[in-house]
Design a binder for this molecule. Structure first.
Ligand code: ADP
Length: 224
Protein backbone atom coordinates (compact mmCIF):
# COMPACT_ATOMS: atom_id res chain seq x y z
CA UNK A 1 0.00 0.00 0.00
CA UNK A 2 1.47 3.34 -1.09
CA UNK A 3 -0.30 6.46 0.09
CA UNK A 4 0.23 10.21 -0.14
CA UNK A 5 -1.71 12.41 2.27
CA UNK A 6 -2.86 15.85 1.16
CA UNK A 7 -4.52 17.74 3.97
CA UNK A 8 -4.58 21.18 5.55
CA UNK A 9 -2.81 21.79 8.86
CA UNK A 10 -4.89 20.44 11.73
CA UNK A 11 -6.85 17.93 9.64
CA UNK A 12 -5.09 15.00 11.29
CA UNK A 13 -2.37 13.97 8.85
CA UNK A 14 0.00 12.96 11.64
CA UNK A 15 -2.59 10.95 13.60
CA UNK A 16 -4.11 9.21 10.59
CA UNK A 17 -0.71 8.69 8.97
CA UNK A 18 0.48 6.85 12.08
CA UNK A 19 -2.72 4.78 12.15
CA UNK A 20 -2.38 3.79 8.48
CA UNK A 21 1.31 2.95 8.95
CA UNK A 22 0.56 0.69 11.92
CA UNK A 23 -2.40 -0.98 10.19
CA UNK A 24 -0.53 -1.84 6.98
CA UNK A 25 2.87 -2.20 8.65
CA UNK A 26 4.48 0.38 6.37
CA UNK A 27 6.78 3.31 7.15
CA UNK A 28 5.21 6.68 7.99
CA UNK A 29 7.21 9.44 6.32
CA UNK A 30 6.21 12.82 7.77
CA UNK A 31 8.15 15.73 6.31
CA UNK A 32 7.12 18.20 9.05
CA UNK A 33 8.28 15.75 11.74
CA UNK A 34 11.58 15.15 9.95
CA UNK A 35 12.15 18.90 9.64
CA UNK A 36 11.22 19.61 13.27
CA UNK A 37 13.61 16.85 14.33
CA UNK A 38 16.44 18.60 12.47
CA UNK A 39 15.53 21.89 14.15
CA UNK A 40 15.47 20.25 17.59
CA UNK A 41 18.88 18.68 17.00
CA UNK A 42 20.20 21.96 15.57
CA UNK A 43 21.74 20.22 12.57
CA UNK A 44 22.97 22.38 9.67
CA UNK A 45 19.75 21.58 7.84
CA UNK A 46 17.74 22.40 10.97
CA UNK A 47 19.34 25.82 11.20
CA UNK A 48 18.62 26.42 7.53
CA UNK A 49 14.91 25.56 7.78
CA UNK A 50 13.97 26.89 11.21
CA UNK A 51 12.89 30.34 10.04
CA UNK A 52 10.62 28.86 7.35
CA UNK A 53 8.90 26.64 9.90
CA UNK A 54 8.50 29.47 12.40
CA UNK A 55 6.85 31.66 9.76
CA UNK A 56 4.62 28.86 8.41
CA UNK A 57 6.23 29.04 4.98
CA UNK A 58 7.29 26.17 2.78
CA UNK A 59 10.94 25.21 3.03
CA UNK A 60 12.72 25.07 -0.35
CA UNK A 61 11.44 22.19 -2.49
CA UNK A 62 14.85 20.57 -2.94
CA UNK A 63 15.30 20.08 0.82
CA UNK A 64 12.08 18.11 1.25
CA UNK A 65 12.52 16.25 -2.02
CA UNK A 66 15.98 15.02 -0.97
CA UNK A 67 14.50 13.95 2.34
CA UNK A 68 11.67 12.09 0.69
CA UNK A 69 13.94 10.39 -1.83
CA UNK A 70 16.09 9.07 1.00
CA UNK A 71 13.03 7.91 2.96
CA UNK A 72 11.53 6.22 -0.11
CA UNK A 73 14.73 4.32 -0.80
CA UNK A 74 14.60 3.05 2.78
CA UNK A 75 10.89 2.22 2.32
CA UNK A 76 11.72 0.23 -0.80
CA UNK A 77 14.18 -1.87 1.16
CA UNK A 78 11.57 -2.56 3.83
CA UNK A 79 8.93 -3.90 1.44
CA UNK A 80 7.93 -1.02 -0.85
CA UNK A 81 4.89 0.37 0.95
CA UNK A 82 4.68 3.83 2.52
CA UNK A 83 2.40 6.52 3.82
CA UNK A 84 3.81 9.96 3.16
CA UNK A 85 2.38 12.91 5.05
CA UNK A 86 3.48 16.42 4.19
CA UNK A 87 4.55 16.19 0.59
CA UNK A 88 3.57 17.31 -2.01
CA UNK A 89 2.59 20.83 -1.02
CA UNK A 90 2.81 22.45 -4.42
CA UNK A 91 2.64 21.37 -8.03
CA UNK A 92 6.42 21.26 -8.46
CA UNK A 93 6.73 18.89 -5.51
CA UNK A 94 3.88 16.78 -6.88
CA UNK A 95 5.64 16.34 -10.21
CA UNK A 96 9.06 15.79 -8.64
CA UNK A 97 7.74 13.29 -6.08
CA UNK A 98 6.03 11.42 -8.92
CA UNK A 99 9.33 11.29 -10.86
CA UNK A 100 11.20 9.98 -7.83
CA UNK A 101 8.54 7.34 -7.23
CA UNK A 102 8.56 6.40 -10.91
CA UNK A 103 12.35 5.91 -10.88
CA UNK A 104 12.05 3.71 -7.80
CA UNK A 105 9.09 1.78 -9.22
CA UNK A 106 6.87 2.78 -6.33
CA UNK A 107 4.31 5.39 -7.44
CA UNK A 108 1.40 6.07 -5.08
CA UNK A 109 -1.74 3.94 -5.18
CA UNK A 110 -3.85 6.44 -3.28
CA UNK A 111 -3.80 10.20 -2.69
CA UNK A 112 -5.76 10.64 0.52
CA UNK A 113 -7.33 14.06 0.99
CA UNK A 114 -8.67 14.95 4.44
CA UNK A 115 -11.27 17.72 4.34
CA UNK A 116 -12.11 20.13 7.13
CA UNK A 117 -13.11 23.78 7.28
CA UNK A 118 -10.81 26.57 8.41
CA UNK A 119 -12.75 27.42 11.58
CA UNK A 120 -12.45 23.83 12.84
CA UNK A 121 -8.79 23.59 11.78
CA UNK A 122 -7.94 26.83 13.57
CA UNK A 123 -9.74 25.66 16.70
CA UNK A 124 -7.79 22.38 16.71
CA UNK A 125 -4.43 24.02 16.09
CA UNK A 126 -4.96 26.58 18.85
CA UNK A 127 -5.98 23.77 21.22
CA UNK A 128 -2.80 21.89 20.27
CA UNK A 129 -0.74 25.03 20.81
CA UNK A 130 -1.72 25.02 24.47
CA UNK A 131 -0.37 21.48 24.84
CA UNK A 132 2.58 21.17 22.49
CA UNK A 133 4.03 24.67 22.08
CA UNK A 134 4.89 24.21 18.40
CA UNK A 135 6.49 27.41 17.17
CA UNK A 136 4.05 27.58 14.23
CA UNK A 137 0.82 27.12 16.20
CA UNK A 138 0.15 30.82 16.85
CA UNK A 139 -2.99 32.49 15.46
CA UNK A 140 -1.03 34.50 12.91
CA UNK A 141 1.11 31.63 11.62
CA UNK A 142 -1.90 29.28 11.55
CA UNK A 143 -3.70 31.75 9.26
CA UNK A 144 -0.63 31.87 7.01
CA UNK A 145 -0.41 28.04 6.84
CA UNK A 146 -4.12 27.73 6.00
CA UNK A 147 -3.87 30.39 3.29
CA UNK A 148 -0.86 28.62 1.81
CA UNK A 149 -2.75 25.35 1.80
CA UNK A 150 -5.70 26.83 -0.09
CA UNK A 151 -3.61 28.70 -2.63
CA UNK A 152 -0.70 26.39 -3.27
CA UNK A 153 -1.48 22.88 -2.04
CA UNK A 154 -5.19 22.41 -2.71
CA UNK A 155 -4.88 22.66 -6.52
CA UNK A 156 -2.85 19.43 -6.46
CA UNK A 157 -5.96 17.54 -5.34
CA UNK A 158 -7.48 17.96 -8.81
CA UNK A 159 -4.32 16.55 -10.33
CA UNK A 160 -4.75 13.34 -8.33
CA UNK A 161 -8.45 13.26 -9.15
CA UNK A 162 -7.52 13.26 -12.84
CA UNK A 163 -4.97 10.51 -12.25
CA UNK A 164 -7.69 8.37 -10.69
CA UNK A 165 -6.04 7.80 -7.32
CA UNK A 166 -7.92 10.32 -5.17
CA UNK A 167 -9.69 9.29 -1.97
CA UNK A 168 -11.49 12.14 -0.12
CA UNK A 169 -12.50 11.72 3.50
CA UNK A 170 -14.47 14.09 5.74
CA UNK A 171 -12.15 14.95 8.63
CA UNK A 172 -14.69 17.04 10.60
CA UNK A 173 -15.28 14.15 12.99
CA UNK A 174 -13.36 12.49 15.78
CA UNK A 175 -9.97 11.02 14.93
CA UNK A 176 -11.40 7.60 15.71
CA UNK A 177 -14.27 7.91 13.23
CA UNK A 178 -12.08 9.39 10.53
CA UNK A 179 -9.52 6.63 11.06
CA UNK A 180 -12.16 3.92 10.76
CA UNK A 181 -13.44 5.32 7.51
CA UNK A 182 -9.95 5.64 6.05
CA UNK A 183 -8.95 2.08 6.93
CA UNK A 184 -12.26 0.65 5.70
CA UNK A 185 -11.88 2.48 2.38
CA UNK A 186 -8.25 1.45 1.96
CA UNK A 187 -9.06 -2.16 2.81
CA UNK A 188 -11.89 -2.13 0.29
CA UNK A 189 -9.57 -0.76 -2.39
CA UNK A 190 -6.66 -3.06 -1.65
CA UNK A 191 -7.65 -6.10 -3.73
CA UNK A 192 -8.10 -4.02 -6.88
CA UNK A 193 -4.94 -1.93 -6.60
CA UNK A 194 -2.72 -4.48 -8.31
CA UNK A 195 -5.29 -5.32 -10.96
CA UNK A 196 -6.49 -1.95 -12.21
CA UNK A 197 -4.11 0.69 -13.54
CA UNK A 198 -4.42 4.03 -11.78
CA UNK A 199 -5.71 5.73 -14.96
CA UNK A 200 -8.77 3.48 -14.97
CA UNK A 201 -9.75 4.04 -11.34
CA UNK A 202 -12.61 6.44 -10.67
CA UNK A 203 -11.98 8.99 -7.91
CA UNK A 204 -13.58 8.05 -4.62
CA UNK A 205 -15.30 10.82 -2.67
CA UNK A 206 -16.63 9.72 0.71
CA UNK A 207 -17.19 13.19 2.11
CA UNK A 208 -20.95 13.17 1.62
CA UNK A 209 -21.48 9.92 3.49
CA UNK A 210 -21.35 11.50 6.92
CA UNK A 211 -20.96 9.04 9.75
CA UNK A 212 -22.57 6.06 8.10
CA UNK A 213 -19.41 4.54 6.71
CA UNK A 214 -17.08 4.90 9.66
CA UNK A 215 -19.68 4.08 12.29
CA UNK A 216 -20.44 0.62 10.94
CA UNK A 217 -16.84 -0.49 10.45
CA UNK A 218 -14.66 -2.04 13.11
CA UNK A 219 -11.49 -1.95 11.04
CA UNK A 220 -9.76 0.48 13.40
CA UNK A 221 -9.59 0.61 17.13
CA UNK A 222 -7.65 3.77 17.87
CA UNK A 223 -8.95 6.69 19.79
CA UNK A 224 -7.73 10.29 19.72
P1 ADP B 1 1.10 21.31 9.09
O1 ADP B 1 0.51 20.50 8.00
O2 ADP B 1 0.26 21.36 10.31
O3 ADP B 1 1.57 22.67 8.67
P2 ADP B 1 3.58 19.74 9.11
O4 ADP B 1 4.21 19.14 10.31
O5 ADP B 1 3.17 18.83 8.02
O6 ADP B 1 2.36 20.57 9.69
O7 ADP B 1 4.56 20.86 8.49
C1 ADP B 1 5.14 21.86 9.29
C2 ADP B 1 6.02 22.80 8.46
O8 ADP B 1 7.08 22.05 7.83
C3 ADP B 1 5.34 23.51 7.29
O9 ADP B 1 4.67 24.68 7.68
C4 ADP B 1 6.55 23.82 6.39
O10 ADP B 1 7.29 24.93 6.88
C5 ADP B 1 7.41 22.59 6.55
N1 ADP B 1 7.14 21.57 5.52
C6 ADP B 1 6.63 20.32 5.73
N2 ADP B 1 6.50 19.65 4.58
C7 ADP B 1 6.93 20.49 3.60
C8 ADP B 1 7.03 20.40 2.19
N3 ADP B 1 6.64 19.30 1.51
N4 ADP B 1 7.53 21.46 1.50
C9 ADP B 1 7.91 22.57 2.14
N5 ADP B 1 7.83 22.73 3.46
C10 ADP B 1 7.34 21.71 4.19
Amino acid sequence: MRILMIAPPGAGKGTQGALIAAHFNIPHIATGELLRDHVARQTALGQEVQAYLDRGELVPDQIVLDMVREAMIAAKESGGGYVIDGIPRNMEQARAAYQIALELGMTADVALHLQADDAELTRRLLARAALEHRSDDTAEVIAQRLALFHEVTFPIVAWYRDRGILLCVDAMRSAREVGREILAALEAMRPSLDLVSSQERPPLDLTSLGNAFGATSSAAGRSE
